[in-house]
Structures are given as structure tokens and as C-alpha cells.
Design a protein around this ligand. Sequence first.
Ligand SMILES: [Zn+2]
Length: 76
Amino acid sequence: MEEKTYNNAAGIPCPVCKKGIIKLSLGNFLFDNKFICPYCNTKFDINKSHCGAILEKLQDLYNANKEMERLTKQSL
Ligand SMILES: [Zn+2]
């Protein structure tokens, strides 16, 4: 069960311990500045200063996803 959850979540393997999966949700990426490895607790700072254009696109994508979620819930 747990493994399935991990497989479904988008994430990158921790470069420090190579065992933890650092989950990268779009929301995390947009609104947080750091990720923490659930396995070894190493913190990773994200430098977003030189990816402005990408961030804008991601923000659009994030909004679209939210809207999609909202519509999906409504139709149920
Ligand atoms: Zn780690």
C-alpha cells in the first residue's frame, strides 16, 4: 500500500541518502522554498530567482489543475 502511494507521488530521490523520495507537488514548488527529505531530513532550498518564466507557466498550470479539481468535484 505504502509503496503504491510513493509510486503515484511525483518526487525525486534524495541525492544525499538516495533512499528518501522528496515529493514535489506543484503547490510545494510554487509556494514553498524548501523541501525536506522524509528519510534523512536533509533540507533542500530551491532557488527560484532565475526561473521566473517557468514559474509563471507553472502557476498557470497550478491554477488550471485547481480549476479542474473544482469542476471534477462539482460534477460528482
Ligand atoms: Zn535523504
